[in-house]
Design a protein around this ligand. Structure first.
Ligand SMILES: [Zn+2]
Length: 233
């Protein structure tokens, strides 16, 4: 399975994340923009440097496409937010005793004021609980012990593992279907054994999470779109 690689480049005053892929059947270098992510496809024999030079020569085109990227969705009453893969609508219910309560497919707020902070805070707490559960389960299966979990808002990666055994995850993963978060936890736990992306690593990862390939596909297609939610979008 090709997972591709990511390059961070400074471009037009912004930090651009570029997914670089090699395609043995490609005839030429090509670019696409999807969900705010720029993809660079290289045919056999083309160097990455040549590809990035090509990318820079298409600056206006890329800016245009990025501008047409999906609109940001603030955490405000009336908006829908995905949670564990299902849309939940933010509603204000005056007189609600708690500042925030979740019922079925609705996120209820006592007032519109502070909705961004409340909804993001709730998503972060849920992300922590879900990652703690999944990491504990995968770590037990593998017989490893992580040194701690941190929940962050990483723009460029969904998770990471330090050599010291600390695992970091993006809270935005809690918006994705559960199998995606489970895979991300399995991926970083597997790094506690294999600090690389070797075939051995992927075997380990698939053993922990049989849905690894489906989750990777989901992240490639839908992952970038999760960055449009909340005030960080
Ligand atoms: Zn990895």
């Amino acid at each position: 399975m090709s997972t591709g690689r990511y390059r961070e480049i400074r471009f037009g005053g912004r930090e651009l994340r570029v997914a670089v892929r090699r395609n043995p059947r490609a005839r030429r270098i090509s670019l696409s923009v999807r969900g705010g992510e720029v993809r660079l496809t290289l045919p056999p024999g083309a160097s990455e440097a040549t590809g990035l030079a090509f990318l820079r020569s298409r600056g206006t085109w890329i800016e245009d496409r990025l501008m047409k990227a999906p609109e940001p969705v603030p955490f405000r009453p009336g908006e829908s937010v995905p949670f564990r893969g299902r849309a939940r609508r933010i509603c204000v219910v005056p007189g609600l005793r708690d500042p925030l309560r979740v019922e079925e497919d609705r996120i209820l707020l006592a007032a519109a004021a502070g909705s961004e902070r409340l909804v993001e805070g709730w998503l972060r707490r849920e992300a922590r609980l879900a990652f703690e559960e999944a990491v504990t389960r995968h770590a037990a299966a593998l017989g490893v012990e992580p040194r701690g979990i941190a929940i962050r808002d990483q723009k460029t990666r969904w998770g990471s593992a330090s050599a010291a055994g600390r695992l970091n995850f993006s809270w935005r993963a809690v918006m994705a279907p559960p199998l995606v978060l489970d895979y991300l936890a399995a991926h970083e736990v597997a790094h506690l054994r294999e600090m690389n992306h070797s075939p051995r690593f992927w075997r380990l990862c698939r053993r922990l999470c049989p849905e690894t390939d489906a989750a990777e596909r989901w992240l490639r297609a839908e992952g970038p779109g999760l960055h449009r939610y909340g005030h960080e979008a």
